[in-house]
Ligand binder design. Sequence first.
Ligand code: BGC
Ligand code: CA
Length: 280
Amino acid sequence: MMKAKIVSESPQSKLGESPVWKDGVLYYVDILEGKIYSYDGNIKVLHSDSMIPFIVPCNDGLVFATKDSIKHLIFKNDEVKMLFDMEFEPDIRFNDGKCDMKGVLFAGTMDMNEKEPLGSLYRLDDQVNRVLDDITISNGTIWDADKKIMYYIDSPTRKIRVFDYDAGNSSIIGERKSIDVSSFMGVPDGMTIDSLGNLYVAFHGGSCVVVFDGSGKVLRKIYVGAKNVDSCVFGGDDMKTLYITTAMDEKGNGGHLYKIKNDVEGMPTAEFKFCNSKLI
Ligand code: BGC
Ligand code: CA
């Protein structure tokens, strides 16, 4: 049985999410506590806001979301600049966000009551485009550059959607058959991809990360010592360490960072590219 190790230095997050790897450092957030953490052997709080649903790396720092905006944190002077100011209904907030191979940001929203399909997936470049609607909890977006595919999760559907993707135009051009993951405990949440195109899917409520090949065949299961496993990303000098974030459960357990050595190299975290945006 493969079991991830707890990173003992990591504090208990309420909702640990959005791990990214940039220049030898792991960053992740506690969405509900509104904190960005860095981990390079030691854990530090890098930045706080009222709520921080996701981060993506960029050349000079991080791009991060609040409930309904996207901001830019510049590391060298701790400066924060507004990139996109959105207006959502009170019960709607940003959730997961990732960049495609061109550095174009895709960020989704969710119903904070986790019931109604009131959310969307947005593409944010020189304008804001809604690319998917009727989403309840937007999660897990990742691309396979070789296969020209985008994988996407709306957690309560317990499916991984598979889209044909035009990388040149950063757009969805078709949809294939989804991968049904309803036989696993919990709901699929964040996901990442390795250099062979295998998917590493965190299961919120399922205490594991399940590894699928691109066709949806189960390759293996990685056990995590927390019920709510939220997201994962590859890092380490050789890009073979899978970092896994978790959330606290209803008993107050869980929420630490975990890691496990992988046999296959992972794909690096895609950076946000400012050249795609005329707004900046
Ligand atoms: C959301 C949580 C939600 C979980 C499971 C996460 O991405 O931030 O609020 O409970 O997905 O669907
Ligand atoms: Ca998530």
